[in-house]
Design a protein around this ligand. Structure first.
Ligand SMILES: *Cc1c(COP(=O)(O)O)cnc(C)c1O
Length: 379
């Protein structure tokens, strides 16, 4: 393993944490911050910046890599040599887990539920298989819960192995540490003059770990940046109450592990969840999202994902059009991988997957997912 953990801001500022949380180095950090001058002035935003978490990993980027450094680092300290996680069929988290578990020598299983079809669902399924994940289909959440127990039993029965369960999106306190660190990384970049302190930060809200870590981290380091989590999943899966609990559990974990980490008090008023850009539901692309993504693709050549980042971007564009962002410094936190997976996906035939996944290849993608599935591009 390499020694990059020596210089992550979280451990630099709170050295006792390093002993409690052995991370495995997967990410290339810090990720760049870039100014989007042209599109910013077109939208009449004072200053528009993007945080390039699409580049967190050399093989596969996106926001799950920072979480997995802590989660897989922990697993490697235990006797467990197998991880299991859950998500929807096109889950970026399941794919990131497959890729990085494989990289550090752990087996992985993904328990996946049905979702609306899109090109990226096909890509992620093929890539997950390529990187050695066992892919299992579950029709409903109830089936999946029973499946988790079944998979555990199977692991014990077949090789006596202990399987570590990773929650959806890697959004447990351990994973969230990755985004507390990311908040501190941004503060370093502000202090280094790479961008002014943002007034507002736009980020998609899925399993809530990314927003939770940023909110907690900003508060801990005294940044005033207001995080605007844009809901991309139904409230039954991601409620303010659950989010507050995640933040408080993470804050407690940090303070108990290293008392130099400040006690922070977060209330529901700090969450600012925006519910009006979900459209028809999780993984159902929205017109606004698709338009916003097309605008940025054309102006800045950035690829967006219709389930996540395009919806968060549509909130930013909408606010700009209402002139709410005039004179403001705005940061868009890009959570979607931009590394090319075609070398992996080109090596797999969908017939190699379990039959339940064939439908994503045999049925059309949803009408708003117009981008050709062949060009390996986002949305
Ligand atoms: C998982 C994911 C999110 C949501 O992040 P959470 O930490 O789950 O809230 C946002 N964007 C992309 C591209 C993702 O894959």
């Amino acid at each position: 393993m390499n020694t990059r953990q020596d210089d992550i801001p979280l451990f630099r500022d709170h050295p006792a944490l390093k002993k409690c949380f052995p991370l495995v180095s997967l990410a290339v950090l810090p990720t760049p911050v870039e100014r989007l001058e042209h599109i910013g002035s077109r939208l009449r935003i004072g200053n528009l910046y993007i945080k390039r978490d699409d580049l967190t990993g050399a093989v596969y980027g996106g926001n799950k890599v920072r979480k997995l450094e802590f989660i897989l680092g922990h697993v490697l300290q235990t006797r467990s040599r197998e991880v299991m996680t859950v998500g929807f069929a096109g889950s970026n988290h399941a794919l990131a887990t497959a890729i990085y578990a494989n990289q550090v020598g752990l087996k992985s299983t993904s328990l996946l539920m049905p979702q609306a079809n899109a090109c990226y669902v096909r890509r992620n399924l093929l890539a997950g298989y390529y990187y050695g994940a066992r892919l299992c289909h579950y029709k409903t959440l109830e089936h999946l819960c029973i499946g988790i127990i079944g998979q555990h039993m199977r692991g014990i029965a077949t090789n006596g192995a202990v399987t570590t369960f990773i929650p959806a999106g890697g959004s447990c306190p351990l994973g969230i540490l990755g985004y507390v660190n990311a908040a501190m990384e941004l503060k370093d970049q502000i202090l280094a003059g790479q961008l002014p302190e943002p007034d507002l930060l736009y980020v998609p809200l899925g399993s809530m770990g990314t927003s939770a870590g940023l909110i907690l981290g900003f508060k801990a380091v005294g940044l005033k940046t207001k995080v605007c989590p844009i809901r991309v999943i139904e409230e039954s899966m991601a409620s303010p109450k659950q989010m507050l609990r995640l933040i408080r559990d993470t804050a407690k974990l940090l303070h108990v592990s290293d008392s130099t980490f400040p006690r922070v008090d977060i209330s529901e008023n700090d969450l600012n969840i925006r519910n009006d850009f979900l459209g028809e539901g999780y993984a159902r692309f929205s017109e606004k999202g698709v338009h916003a993504a097309a605008l940025l693709k054309q102006e800045a050549n950035i690829v967006f994902n219709g389930t996540y980042s395009a919806k968060a971007l549509s909130a930013l564009v909408d606010d700009a059009r209402k002139e709410l962002l005039t004179g403001k410094t705005v940061l868009f936190w890009n959570t979607y991988n931009s590394r090319d997976l075609s070398a992996a996906t080109g090596n797999v035939d969908y017939h190699d997957l379990p039959k339940a996944f064939y439908r994503y290849f045999q049925e059309d993608v949803q009408p708003l997912d117009r981008t050709s599935c062949a060009n390996h591009e986002g949305i």
